[in-house]
Design a protein around this ligand. Structure first.
Ligand SMILES: *Cc1c(COP(=O)(O)O)cnc(C)c1O
Length: 427
């Protein structure tokens, strides 16, 4: 089949019904799957045959949705997880264990910052956070002999730093490590990091992919491009026998699918953060309109950003679609059709005015969530990033007065009118 367009994949990717089967992806709400002989079942446990046997490892509903996201990203294999947090944890832990080290962009989602800086440390994994503006020497100096991966977000949440994917893919590869990109905010509709050299992509599907704020979920997609065997000693989990499967070697047995197969049959088997088939069904419904919604999110956000930029109550606006934005040129390269619906800005008068502004919004709701159909707003320093110290806030690229405004797909004029009345009330 020729390569299909993204719009078509959104609708038709994944579930491929055969004669007489449901046209719409069914919810296989079953923990377990039946076989006729003991031997048939045994071969599944040895990874000698493929097939469903227990939903913690694989489920047909979940797999169909993973296949759709995989095709959208242009990968070779994908695995769904119960949250974006689980996806990022597994993406790292699949190739990095106690004694290892990773490098991460400092401006990342608050949950990821905590996961890396606190929890991975407890597991014996060291993390170096680097500034996106770090010099070449500083970046080079961050690499160590035990470095296993480089991690960053395509568009960082909430600081909206646009990643120079090609540059950091080249740097990572020159040190023999993969580039892992969290593509949550851009989605594959606006950016496909594999086309620029990224090796692994992760998602919080909770955001635009689900798009309606119904289900928390995550995904890992493998490009199949990283040559683990070339760095045999660095990635023994993939290149040396796995005792828990009678000594199979993932790179030998699964080739380009080594990484994602290990994540599924070993990490998911042992750690078990699977999404429910019901949630995957809802995620699939969201994906069916992702291409339509992303275009509208971006169109609305551009209008709101331009309105804010021209407003005298507004101290600063950060949106990479604005000419003059620090990341405008990178966005033109990597996100030519639009970035995302999230804008950040600060108000003159600082924190108190910001809080008053938010409390007066009527259409936009104060919610922790971001990136769904409804316009929402949040003050990260008081909410998502509350656990971080002021120093960490700055390191994570979150100014104390930063308002994260997630532009929905309502009518842009109504969104702007709401902002206007709340700005007046906050004066
Ligand atoms: C929300 C988010 C996560 C965490 O995902 P959950 O689904 O909430 O666990 C990770 N990365 C980014 C960029 C996010 O926005």
């Amino acid at each position: 089949m020729t390569k299909r367009k993204l719009d078509t994949i959104c609708i038709q990717g994944g579930w491929q019904p055969k004669k007489g089967e449901p046209r719409v992806l069914p919810i296989y709400q079953s923990t377990t799957f039946k076989y006729d002989t003991s031997d048939e079942m045994g071969r599944l446990f040895d990874l000698e045959d493929t097939g469903y046997f227990y939903t913690r490892l694989q489920n047909p509903t979940n797999d169909a949705v993973a296949a759709k996201i995989c095709e959208l990203e242009g990968g070779v294999g994908a695995m769904l997880t119960s949250s974006g947090q689980a996806a990022n944890f597994y993406a790292i832990f699949n190739i990095c264990e106690a004694g290892g080290h990773i490098i991460s962009f400092a401006p990342v989602y608050g949950g990821t910052f905590n996961l890396f800086g606190v929890t991975l440390k407890k597991l014996g994994i060291d993390v170096t956070f680097i500034d996106p503006d770090a010099t070449d020497e500083e970046i080079e100096a961050a690499f160590r002999p035990n470095t296993k991966a480089f991690f960053a977000e395509t568009i960082s949440n909430p600081s909206l730093v646009v990643l120079d994917i090609e540059k950091f893919a080249n740097i990572a590869h020159s040190h023999g490590v993969p580039l892992i990109v969290d593509n949550t905010f851009a989605t594959p509709i606006n950016c496909r990091p594999f086309e620029w050299g990224a090796d692994i992509v992760t998602h919080s599907t909770t955001k635009y992919m689900d798009g309606h704020a119904t289900s928390v979920g995550g995904c890992i997609v493998d490009s199949g491009n990283f040559d683990w065997d070339k760095y045999h000693d660095k990635f023994p989990g993939l290149t040396e026998p796995d005792d828990s499967y009678h000594g199979i070697v993932y790179t030998e047995k699964f080739g380009k699918l080594a990484y994602i197969t290990k994540a599924t049959v070993q990490l998911m088997r042992d750690l078990g953060s699977i999404p429910s088939p019901q949630n995957c069904f809802l995620l699939n419904l969201g994906l069916e309109t992702l291409h339509l919604r992303m275009a509208r999110h971006c169109e609305n956000a551009q209008k709101v950003a331009e309105y804010l930029e021209a407003n005298e109550d507004v101290a600063w606006v950060n949106y990479c679609g604005l000419k003059g934005n620090k990341y405008y040129d990178l966005a033109q390269k990597y996100l030519p059709n639009g970035s995302c619906g999230v804008i950040s800005f600060g108000l003159k008068g600082g924190r108190d005015v910001s809080i008053k502004f938010m409390d007066n919004l009527k259409l936009a709701a104060i919610v922790t969530h971001v990136a769904d159909a409804r316009t929402s707003v949040l003050h990260p320093a008081s909410h998502t990033h509350r656990q971080l110290t002021d120093e960490q806030l700055v390191e994570a690229g979150v100014q104390p007065d930063l308002i994260r405004f997630s532009v929905g797909i309502e009518n842009a004029e109504d969104i702007i009118a709401d902002i206007e009345q709340a700005l007046k009330a906050a004066r």
